[in-house]
Ligand binder design. Structure first.
Ligand code: PRP
Ligand code: URA
Length: 209
């Protein structure tokens, strides 16, 4: 219960620092998020179950492990969660994708849903929710609420940056959903932005500000 994995791999930390820098270009920001996505996919899948298969190498038969069970689902929260998807699919090319469209109302900071599309058998699969920013956690809580309504029981959350307030709130509502993040920053500001953070992830990724 209430597991938080801070991924302190030097490559992740280095790339995260580059992303925080104000002068990083849209192209650079997007490429780095993609690369970190690949590295976080490696961490979040570290304990996936394996099963033995009979195979034939060019030299001899052997029993060797392959991933067990149904293909997992990556569930990006739009828009910024999309930044992780290509990198993660490099490592897990057969994963399914569930798109969860949410935006934060700038005044109330509440999550507003505008789109949801998941594989029909999503409830039978491990679902990894993706969102670079865990700020108030309203978006991540709403995404997991929605997936639970669809019957999902095996869920994980991957983010890039978290605020302590967001971790507390997320685990207050979904204590059994483990979190993987590259860093837990100091705090939220009065507008619900992570400090020191990296600004608005969606805008920086898509060049919309
Ligand atoms: C950002 C971010 C998260 C959310 C985090 O999305 O990508 O989804 O805010 O904040 P929270 O933890 O306080 O909910 P935003 O609403 O700006 O939408 P966008 O990705 O489409 O820009
Ligand atoms: N969403 C962002 O993109 N950045 C923040 O700091 C908080 C929410």
């Amino acid at each position: 219960m209430r597991q938080v994995h801070v991924v302190d791999h030097p490559l992740v930390q280095h790339k995260l620092t580059l992303m925080r820098e104000t002068e990083r270009s849209t192209q650079g920001f997007r490429r780095l998020l993609n690369e970190i996505g690949m590295l976080l996919a490696y961490e979040v899948t570290r304990d996936l179950p394996l099963e033995e298969h009979e195979i034939q190498t060019p030299v001899a038969p052997m029993r060797a492990p392959k991933l067990a069970g149904k293909k997992l689902v990556f569930a990006p929260i739009l828009r910024a969660g999309m930044g992780f998807v290509d990198g993660m699919l490099e490592l897990v090319p057969s994963a399914r994708i569930a798109h969860i469209g949410l935006y934060r109302d700038p005044k109330t900071l509440q999550a507003v849903e505008y789109y949801f599309k998941a594989p029909p058998d999503v409830a039978e699969r491990l679902v990894i929710v993706l969102d670079p920013m865990l700020a108030t956690a309203n978006s991540a809580v709403a995404a997991v609420d929605r997936l639970k309504e669809r019957g999902c029981r095996e869920l994980r959350l991957v983010c890039l940056l978290a605020a302590p307030e967001g971790v507390e709130r997320f685990h207050g509502v979904h204590p059994e959903v483990p979190i993987w993040t590259a860093a837990i920053d100091e705090r939220l500001d009065s507008h619900g932005y992570i400090v020191p953070g990296l600004g608005d992830a969606g805008d920086r990724m898509f060049g919309t500000r």
